[in-house]
Design a protein around this ligand. Structure first.
Ligand SMILES: *[C@@H]1O[C@H](CO)[C@@H](O)[C@H](O)[C@H]1NC(C)=O
Ligand SMILES: *[C@@H]1O[C@H](CO)[C@@H](O)[C@H](O)[C@H]1NC(C)=O
Ligand SMILES: *[C@@H]1O[C@H](CO)[C@@H](O)[C@H](O)[C@H]1NC(C)=O
Ligand SMILES: *[C@@H]1O[C@H](CO)[C@@H](O)[C@H](O)[C@H]1NC(C)=O
Ligand SMILES: *[C@@H]1O[C@H](CO)[C@@H](O)[C@H](O)[C@H]1NC(C)=O
Ligand SMILES: *[C@@H]1O[C@H](CO)[C@@H](O)[C@H](O)[C@H]1NC(C)=O
Ligand SMILES: *[C@@H]1O[C@H](CO)[C@@H](O)[C@H](O)[C@H]1NC(C)=O
Ligand SMILES: *[C@@H]1O[C@H](CO)[C@@H](O)[C@H](O)[C@H]1NC(C)=O
Ligand SMILES: *[C@@H]1O[C@H](CO)[C@@H](O)[C@H](O)[C@H]1NC(C)=O
Length: 651
């Protein structure tokens, strides 16, 4: 596109004296951005501060700077900052202002994707689950209750960003409104106009506001709005000319921008690990830069879905704990072949910064840690649910209980003797998302959303029927965003609707943080032939960092030999979910900043299905290499879905 090249060649020798020292805008005549009165093209990379420990922000930003990037792009997950209506957290790992200041100090500009919706393979696309307290809410639309919440949140968040805008002395050059709105069914222009007005109100008239949509006229139809600069996203291998022509359908002039150029791709539990060859990405990046276009590489570092933050796609498939993304910097911030390949391409278009690239951080194999059973979840129920159960004839959802993440225990009683195998059914696929079922402490099996909707159980009249229900992550994309958790519809047993529930909200994170106490109850000795399921149970162990070795603690990875599925905490920090029997992720990244060398480190594991402890070694193991690419038997499509269009067509 000759017009774009003109941008780079344009001479702005006769600058009017009135151009302020710090300014950023769009030059529609020369098809480029203009920064401080000069034509400007950015090469940017995505990093999500919520997926990297604060301790490592500086290291990752410096690595990005040394790759030749001008800017970083980051998403702001609303639900990470406003966990309950009006309860805000901007401290520690959630201190977004500090993160942006670090970017500024590192000499990186910032492209801020402020939401309210972000997708991002993040729980509910960044929208707080408490929005669903109004059950009929139409998210991402002019729904009045939705707008009221957006208005309050943005009234807190955007004023924090104002001093960080480029023209106010900060790093933020552009702010994205919504995200890929053209892929959403609502197509509500009033909503986009409302956001535009809201952003302008808080940020002023000077800042460049923009939108991002798939590179196709059909996406831009509902995603673009007059006054918001329309950009597109597309993957390596895509026809670059055709992609930018689609941007031109909305923006006949102005800079060409790919806001999400995919360096890799996301993973799902039970699907093979995504892999996009470095050479393919490098070649496409070269084509984009050769046109004078602006680009943001998504992701430049993916990082980790710690705790419960992963999202899911439909048909319901949650994303794993690792968000490595096959990005140029690995989940742990390691320099990869792709990093150097992309840096080389960037070096053909601009001068790379001088100085050393921060090296890959060393990883340490601390070895095996002996684990010991604390007790079953039922045995420590009082610790986990101090306020006790909520009684309800029909099951309540997580949102109705005002518990948004983790696990809830649903209990009812058998009304009759079930000496024969009797079907427990979730007729409307209403177990969101996985239930671990027992009768009077005898494990029966698992129900799973979209996969396993009935099991047989047995038990005596009056026995407790317990379902521990796990929220495995809310849908982050598309019309299934209103993703209620828990038992969201009635279950039947022998064709009778189950009623009269005692529902225990569980604050497992708090209990683990305070130190779970060994239960006094007698532990059941396992039989000689183990059943296929055990009761969900807690295990604990300690990792002591060896002395006499300099520079410990270092980063590490944890493996789960013989374990099945669960959640793990180290020193109370919720590292995330493990599920080696489904894969492809086998190890979890353990950043050094959660470890201490002055005292033993407390490891707590909640194993939901089956631990190795009764039949073999009861250990977890710290290793120095990640394994997120296990070759298991995978269901469904065996193709590597690195094409966005191919991917979307599978949803
Ligand atoms: C705020 O978030 C930080 C980082 O995740 C956390 O350490 C802190 O406990 C949170 N504060 C509150 C009051 O929840
Ligand atoms: C950002 O960095 C510039 C120097 O590059 C400095 O003048 C400015 O004060 C910094 N802004 C903030 C908000 O830290
Ligand atoms: C790429 O798209 C352009 C514009 O639609 C078209 O003219 C060109 O033939 C395409 N190139 C290839 C290799 O398909
Ligand atoms: C269930 O069976 C037990 C004997 O195993 C019997 O005593 C009891 O009456 C039965 N209860 C019902 C509700 O049928
Ligand atoms: C339940 O048990 C019956 C009788 O043993 C059997 O035919 C059926 O396949 C079982 N169903 C399930 C879902 O296990
Ligand atoms: C369960 O069934 C009852 C009676 O039909 C109904 O009122 C209730 O809404 C249902 N509950 C759920 C969670 O679907
Ligand atoms: C475990 O016991 C200690 C000391 O009795 C108590 O302070 C703590 O709260 C208990 N932990 C939990 C999770 O209840
Ligand atoms: C580990 O747990 C013990 C007992 O609850 C506690 O005293 C200690 O401070 C914990 N260690 C760390 C490193 O948090
Ligand atoms: C993943 O494993 C497969 C099979 O071992 C291998 O061919 C592939 O190169 C691996 N991919 C990555 C990204 O390591």
């Amino acid at each position: 596109m000759p017009l774009a090249l003109l941008c780079l060649a344009a001479l702005f020798a006769l600058l009017p004296a009135s151009i302020p020292q710090r300014s950023f805008g769009i030059d529609y005549d020369h098809n480029c951005f203009v920064k401080d009165g000069k034509p400007f093209r950015y090469i940017s990379g995505s990093i999500h501060y919520a997926r990297v420990p604060r301790y490592y922000w500086k290291d990752r930003l410096l690595k990005m700077k040394m790759a030749g990037l001008d800017a970083i792009q980051t998403y702001v997950p609303w639900n990470y900052h406003e966990s309950e209506p009006g309860l805000y957290n901007f401290s520690g790992d959630r201190d977004v202002e500090y993160f942006l200041q670090l970017a500024n100090e590192t000499g990186l500009l910032v492209i801020l994707r402020a939401g309210p919706y972000i997708c991002a393979e993040w729980d509910m696309g960044g929208l707080p689950a408490w929005l669903l307290e109004k059950e009929s809410i139409v998210l991402r639309s002019s729904d009045l209750d939705y707008l009221e919440s957006v208005d309050k949140w943005m009234g807190v968040f955007l004023p924090k960003m104002k001093p960080l805008l480029y023209q106010n002395g900060g790093p933020i050059i552009m702010v994205q409104v919504e995200n890929e709105y053209g892929s959403y069914f609502a197509c509500d222009y009033d909503y986009l106009r409302y956001l535009q007005k809201l952003f302008r109100h808080h940020l002023g008239e000077d800042v460049v506001l923009f939108t991002t949509d798939g590179a196709g006229k059909s996406y831009l139809r509902c995603g673009a709005l007059q006054g918001l600069y329309a950009t597109v996203d597309f993957a390596p291998g895509h026809n670059v000319t055709a992609a930018f022509l689609s941007q031109r359908s909305s923006e006949p002039t102005g800079p060409l921008v790919n806001s999400e150029f995919y360096t890799g791709w996301l993973d799902h539990w039970g699907h093979r690990h995504s892999f996009v060859p470095a050479q393919l990405v490098a070649k496409s990046l070269g084509e984009i830069l050769a046109r004078g276009a602006n680009v943001n590489m998504y992701m430049f570092i993916g990082g980790t879905n710690f705790a419960y933050w992963n999202g899911a796609n439909m048909p319901y498939t949650p994303q794993p704990t690792s968000y490595d993304y096959d990005a140029p910097l690995s989940e742990a911030g390691d320099l990869t072949e792709k990093y150097f390949a992309l840096r080389e391409v960037i070096g053909m278009y601009k001068r790379l910064p001088e100085g050393p690239i921060p090296p890959t951080t060393p990883k340490f194999a601390y070895g095996q840690v002996q684990m010991e059973k604390i007790g079953t979840l039922l045995e420590v129920l009082d610790d986990l649910s101090p306020s006790g159960p909520v009684k309800s004839v029909y099951p309540l959802t997580f949102v109705q209980l005002k518990q948004y993440f983790g696990f809830v225990l649903y209990r009812t009683n058998l009304k009759k003797n079930l000496s024969e195998e009797t079907l427990l059914i979730s007729p409307l696929n209403g177990v969101h998302d996985r239930a671990y079922i027992s009768v009077d402490g005898i494990p029966q099996g698992v129900l799973e959303r979209g996969k396993s909707l009935m099991i047989n159980i047995t038990g005596k009249a009056g026995a407790n029927l317990d379902l521990l229900v796990e929220n495995m992550g809310r849908v982050n994309y598309g019309k299934y965003n209103n993703d209620f958790k828990g038992l969201v519809s009635n279950l039947t047993l022998d064709q009778d609707v189950l009623v009269d529930w005692e529902i225990y909200p569980l604050d497992i994170d708090r209990a683990v943080g305070h130190g779970l106490n060994h239960s006094d109850d007698e532990l059941k000795t396992p039989g000689s032939t183990p059943p296929s399921y055990e009761l969900p149970a807690f295990y604990t162990g300690t990792l002591s960092i060896p002395s006499g070795i300099p520079d410990l603690p270092q980063d590490t990875y944890i493996r789960f030999p013989g374990w099945t599925k669960g959640q793990i905490w180290i020193n109370g920090f919720n590292l995330g979910r493990y599920w080696p029997t489904r894969g492809p992720q086998m190890t979890l990244f353990v950043p050094s900043n959660i470890l201490v060398s002055s005292a033993p480190n407390n490891i707590t594991v909640l194993e939901l299905e089956w631990s190795p402890c009764s039949i073999q070694e009861c250990v977890v193991e710290f290793v120095d290499k990640p394994d997120i690419n296990a070759t298991l038997q995978y269901e469904g499509n065996s193709e590597k879905l690195y094409s966005r269009d191919l991917y979307l067509s599978h949803l």
